[in-house]
Design a protein around this ligand. Structure first.
Ligand SMILES: [Cu+2]
Length: 435
């Protein structure tokens, strides 16, 4: 006989919890049998996840349930200073705020539709009753404008999951309607991280100067985001040397997988949205391909101080609003040709000889740039201009920091910085650089 809630509360907390956990062999993780447990509390049952540049959805406990209120609504969103768009999101955010809970929680999620069109919310990867799955027309009727629906289920798993509309997905997700769900384990089976980050990665079609994302685009996405931001609008992940770090990444892009690459470390992929990967089945990686419609969780010990790039490795995904229609000018002597081209096609600013680099910095002040658009790439760094944008941020690992405020740029110790070769070294090593 299953113990009831009263029996659970009367017994030892840990024994009560573990008695309700069974191992589902398909998931290789403990899964509660569906009876709710007392709501898990931050600082007691879990260490809260950190979502750079993103909010978390507030909750309260009423009658033993965790109660959330998600509001689908139009949102004016800033991708980075200088570039805004009229999007759709949740609770004033693009993407939607992170829903954070604990395995065994009974959650009630009210969904209010403040859009002019119908919607629904699907809880991606969550094990739940069929009628709570949020597929409009299939498992429920659509949520009409002005209506509020109630979703309620017990979280029977832990992991990194997502939410998004399952009604006119192509339009609504292209407009920004998606978010992350983090469910912490009730009884952790493995060492828990000191720093636990979560990112929703995404892609947008936003022609320079446009105010609205284009849901019809199928191939040419030009704004690539981490938690709705593009570099240099992305905040760094700040970590103390030696800390165990977890990064959870979810992808609900329309059409693309994103290979997320971390510099300076090898990590292990520890979880997917299907559950925990058994430790014996993990292998080291420096890049994890996050397919659309999936999450990947990676872990490593941050034992190397520095400013380490974390970015999508598709080269066009670390750029912003690149003009795909421009002719290939790589290697061309600009001369008078540039001036003539800019006269004729002002929105295509001077791409110069290398189509990037310092020319992009100049573009920031370029009066010919269309309003409400970003330079093709880049932002300031500790050694000049960083010629990356889009889906790019920095992991800042530091010795001797008190808190997690941005510590500024890393200063490499003497002898550990690449710099111009000295004449003495060139001569001593017999390197002839020619002319
Ligand atoms: Cu990508």
């Amino acid at each position: 006989m299953k113990p009831n809630r009263r029996q659970f509360l009367a017994g030892s907390a840990l024994a009560g919890i573990t008695s309700r956990l069974v191992t589902d062999p398909r998931r290789a993780v403990p899964t509660s049998v569906g009876q709710p447990l007392p709501p898990g509390l931050p600082g007691v049952d879990y260490r809260p996840v950190e979502a750079p540049d993103m909010d978390k959805l507030p909750w309260k406990i009423v009658n033993g349930r965790k109660v959330f209120h998600l509001v689908a609504e139009p949102v004016e969103h800033e991708f980075a200073p200088g570039m805004r768009a009229s999007c759709w999101g949740y609770n004033g955010r693009v993407h939607g705020p992170v829903i954070e809970a604990v395995e065994g929680d009974r959650v009630r999620i009210y969904v209010t539709n403040r859009l002019d069109v119908a919607t629904s919310v699907h809880w991606h990867g969550v094990i739940l009753p069929n009628g709570m799955d949020g597929v409009a027309g299939l498992t429920q009727r659509q949520i009409e404008p002005g209506e509020t629906f109630l979703y309620e289920f017990t979280l029977r798993q832990h992991g990194t999951l997502m939410y998004h509309p399952h009604h006119d997905e192509m339009t609504q997700m292209a407009m920004g309607m998606m978010g992350m769900i983090v469910v912490h384990p009730r009884v952790p089976q493995e060492p828990q991280p000191d720093r636990d980050f979560v990112y929703m990665i995404g892609e947008w079609a936003l022609p320079p100067g446009a105010r609205r994302p284009d849901p019809n685009e199928m191939t040419d996405f030009n704004v690539l985001t981490l938690n709705g931001k593009v570099f240099p609008g992305t905040s760094p992940m700040v970590v103390k040397t030696g800390e165990r770090v977890r990064i959870r990444i979810g992808n609900l892009s329309a059409m693309d997988h994103h290979p997320m690459h971390l510099h300076g470390y090898a990590f292990e992929v520890t979880e997917t949205d299907g559950g925990v990967i058994p430790p014996t089945a993990r292998w080291p990686e420096t890049t994890v391909l996050v397919a659309t419609g999936s999450t990947r969780t990676v872990e490593f010990v941050a034992d190397a101080p520095g400013d380490w790039a974390f970015h999508c490795h598709m080269t066009h995904h670390v750029m912003t609003q690149m003009g795909h229609g421009i002719p290939n000018l790589v290697g061309l002597e600009p001369g008078t040709f540039d001036a003539r081209l800019e006269e004729a096609v002002p929105e295509y600013a001077n791409m110069g000889m290398d189509m990037g680099g310092g020319h992009m910095a100049a573009q920031e002040q370029d009066p010919t740039m269309p309003p409400n658009s970003l330079p093709m790439m880049g932002g300031p760094g500790g050694f000049g201009y960083i010629t990356m944008g889009g889906m790019f941020t920095v992991l800042k690992v530091r010795d001797g920091i008190d808190g997690y405020a941005d510590p500024g740029w890393y200063k490499p110790p003497q002898g550990t910085l690449a710099d111009v070769a000295s004449a003495e070294d060139l001569q001593a090593d017999g390197v002839d650089v020619g002319r």
